[in-house]
Design a protein around this ligand. Structure first.
Ligand code: ADP
Ligand code: MG
Length: 343
């Protein structure tokens, strides 16, 4: 019988990385979420070779104090929660404290950061099996830049699963679309191989928000969308749903956010489908960008490491609220409301 041994920190992190770091887009998701959690107004994303060679995310958020830098790359280290009560009411996108540890165990990661009350920035990297942090002085404005090079360079089995540059970049692009739909108040730029692919200014007014939706989801969508805004006790649903006449052959334009987090949920999907049931042909799919706001204490976001799933405390209530709101909105549409943008 072999002896039982503790895994080295690097190997433990690499195993955990299996759950959250599937491809370059997963890295982008984690880094952008961190930037937004740090209160960034602006997030710049730079990608080379679909992200396999380089992912660089730069923000103007709060930054990380030099003393905290070694911890930022350690597993189970987070500034976002300290107690179970915090977890149950969590308002940030992150809270598990494992993204940076996981990513840095399967790539060459460097993080440079400066807080407002620091005169100089510092840079941290980790090395070796024990993932010891090395810190050096650096130049950087207030905020953080994370650079991830050579993703999966030390896990060849994973690297083999990377698809073509174009496919990987499409996933990154989709990831940024979701983040930008989730946070209108932040500006985003996305560059791929030195070419600017996306440039979005912060959107505060309704008009600016619709412009952003138009550039992310297509002008056709927003021109054919009904505005939703409804409230019930403890629940608010707002956003845009396409008229049945603007249906899709694939379910590729469906974004549902719960408290700012994009999620996939059977119950939500069912409620939306039911609302469209009488107005959409069987093999067509509705298009929507919807935001549900609920008391964080009534929804569990700690269902899966990627946090794509949630569990509602009162699923029935949420389902019926979504169904009723959308059903009514679609029933209220009169023919001359079609092509809102054009008339
Ligand atoms: P989590 O987001 O779950 O807390 P991460 O591993 O993603 O875990 O990040 C660890 C910690 O590093 C965060 O809790 C935060 O304090 C800090 N951090 C990471 N990225 C940033 C950033 N862009 N700006 C400020 N702080 C950051
Ligand atoms: Mg995080």
């Amino acid at each position: 019988m072999p002896h039982i041994q503790l895994l080295s920190p690097r190997l433990a992190n690499q195993i955990a990385a299996g759950e959250v770091v599937e491809r370059p887009a997963s890295v982008v998701k984690e880094l952008v979420e961190n930037a937004l959690d740090a209160g960034a107004q602006r997030v710049d994303i730079e990608i080379e070779q679909g992200g396999a060679k380089l992912i660089r995310v730069r923000d103007d958020g709060s930054g990380i104090g030099e003393a905290d830098l070694p911890l930022a790359l350690s597993r189970h280290a987070t500034s976002k929660i300290t107690t179970l009560d915090d977890l149950e009411a969590v308002g940030t996108l992150g809270f598990r404290g494992e993204a940076l540890a996981s990513i840095s165990s399967v790539s060459r990661l460097a993080l440079t950061s400066r807080t407002e009350d620091q005169e100089a920035a510092a840079r941290v990297e980790v090395e070796g099996r024990d993932m010891a942090a090395s810190i050096s002085p650096a130049a950087h404005p207030v905020g953080t830049t994370v650079e991830v090079r050579d993703l999966f360079f030390n896990t060849p089995a994973r690297r083999k699963f990377l698809r073509t540059e174009k496919t990987e970049f499409n996933h990154v692009d989709e990831c940024i679309r979701r983040q930008a739909l989730g946070r209108f108040d932040a500006g985003f730029t996305l560059r791929h191989n030195q070419r600017t692919v996306q440039s979005l200014r912060p959107a505060h007014s309704d008009l600016d928000k619709e412009r952003r939706i138009g550039s992310l989801c297509g002008q056709q969508f927003i021109d054919n969308a009904v505005v939703i805004d409804a409230e019930a006790t403890g629940l608010r649903l707002w956003g845009w749903v396409a008229l049945p006449t603007f249906s899709r052959s694939q379910a590729d334009l469906q974004y549902f956010f719960v408290n700012g987090r994009v999620i996939r949920d059977k119950l939500v999907a069912h409620a939306v489908r039911q609302a469209y049931r009488d107005v959409l042909y069987n093999n067509r799919h509705p298009a929507f960008v919807l935001y549900l706001e609920v008391d964080p204490a009534t929804v569990d976001v700690n269902v899966h490491p990627t946090k794509h799933e949630v569990r509602f405390r009162d699923g029935r209530l949420v389902h019926d609220f979504i169904f009723r709101t959308l059903h009514k909105a679609l029933a209220d549409v009169r023919p001359d409301d079609h092509f809102r943008g054009a008339v």
